[in-house]
Write a protein that binds this ligand. Structure first.
Ligand SMILES: *Cc1c(COP(=O)(O)O)cnc(C)c1O
Length: 360
């Protein structure tokens, strides 16, 4: 049983879930890094280790989404993201593992090493890679309809896995954290720092922490364009997830979150999605010296805001928790024999041209 179902057993009967990962994810005290940046207590919850197959934050969402696809007797899993998307890679890999045919619809993005790895991993498990320049919302429906006419039974996993159902994965993560606090693994954090991408991680945590009765505030570091990600869309996803759960278990509390309770940081985004920033790269190097592997698109930018908060004295006598959302499992053996030239030609520049350097 997962902690959310322990607390709300009716949800266990209403929501299907497949086990894809190893939980709870470990918590560690980053004592020397905390000292180095001048924060109070600094802890890490490592969702990079959700699985040794492909870890990171998408695993918790996919446990619910792919179970739903199975229940609906889908034959293939259709998802969307940027070319190097961890979400698309995680979805494709787990879809294949569960016997679905994976299809990823991809948008171009800035070049980086991790983009290569995620593309090769998807190809290695036989994912159909479709590259588009059109806005995703129109493309999604069109492709799904076309495939249905071809006799396929596609199941759409939304970008980032951040539907209310996917978000339930992070409501559960908050209950998991509460158990770790109760067990004395860490003091109750004053703040937890998370990247804000497709919103599901932050929305689930905000709703779950409140429901579990923890005082922890969620600091959300925006890493995608503001058009899609702002306090309005975050509040909406929190409310929709709450309603989704209350419909299935009316004893789930009617939590109300107001805009002034949110803490969204807009200053770490830089020039665009997946464009590395100097501050983010600096944070990645700091983490590396503490033995924690981060990256420049999400987690580096997020740790940069921890560093700034420590600098400005905000974290004195506070307990801060940093959530590592990025896959920590190596893809090397999976992609060892994959030739990038087998990929659609429009993806070849990711392999043939220079990539951004984190230390540059
Ligand atoms: C997808 C992703 C995020 C963003 O999480 P959302 O739930 O989409 O907001 C953060 N970090 C990493 C490494 C990711 O792959």
């Amino acid at each position: 049983m997962i902690p959310l179902f322990d607390r709300y057993p009716r949800l266990a009967r209403k929501l299907s879930r497949v086990s894809l990962g190893d939980f709870p994810t470990p918590v560690a005290n980053l004592e020397s890094l905390g000292k180095q940046i001048g924060s109070g207590a600094l802890y890490l919850k490592n969702d990079g280790l959700t699985s040794t197959y492909f870890g990171g934050n998408k695993v918790r969402k996919l446990e619910f989404l792919l179970a739903d696809a199975k229940q609906k007797k889908a034959s293939e899993i259709l998802t969307f993201g940027f070319a190097g998307s961890n979400h698309a890679a995680a979805t494709a890999l787990y879809a294949k593992k569960l016997g679905f045919h994976p299809v990823s619809v991809l948008l171009h993005q800035p070049r980086a090493h991790y983009v290569r790895k995620n593309l090769l991993a998807q190809h290695a498990v036989g994912t159909e890679l479709v590259v588009t320049d059109n806005p995703l919302v129109t493309t999604i429906g069109e492709i799904a309809r076309r495939r249905t006419r071809m006799g396929k039974r596609p199941y759409i996993v939304p970008p980032g896995g951040s539907s209310p159902l996917g978000t339930v994965g992070y409501v559960n993560a908050a209950f998991e954290l509460a158990e770790q606090v109760n067990a004395g693994e860490l003091p109750c954090p004053d703040r937890i720092y998370v990247p804000l991408g497709s919103l599901g991680t932050a929305a689930g945590l905000i709703l779950g922490l409140r429901t579990a009765g923890l005082k922890t505030k969620v600091t959300c570091v925006r890493v995608v364009d503001r058009t899609f990600v702002n306090s309005g869309t975050l509040l909406q996803l929190i409310a929709r997830t709450r309603n989704y759960l209350r419909l299935r278990d009316p004893s789930f509390p009617d939590v109300k979150v107001a805009a002034n309770e949110l803490d969204i940081r807009h200053d770490y985004f830089g020039d665009g999605y997946a464009r590395f920033t100097e501050k983010g790269a600096h944070a990645v190097r700091l983490a590396q010296s503490a033995g924690v592997a981060l990256e420049g698109t999400y987690t580096g930018k997020t740790l940069a805001s921890v560093v700034d908060d420590a600098d400005s004295g905000k974290l004195q006598n506070q307990t801060a928790l940093f959530l590592n959302t990025c896959n920590a499992a190596s893809l090397d053996s999976l992609i060892a024999d994959v030739d990038y030239r087998e990929l659609p030609e429009t993806l070849h520049p990711y392999f043939e041209e220079d990539v951004q350097r984190l230390d540059g």
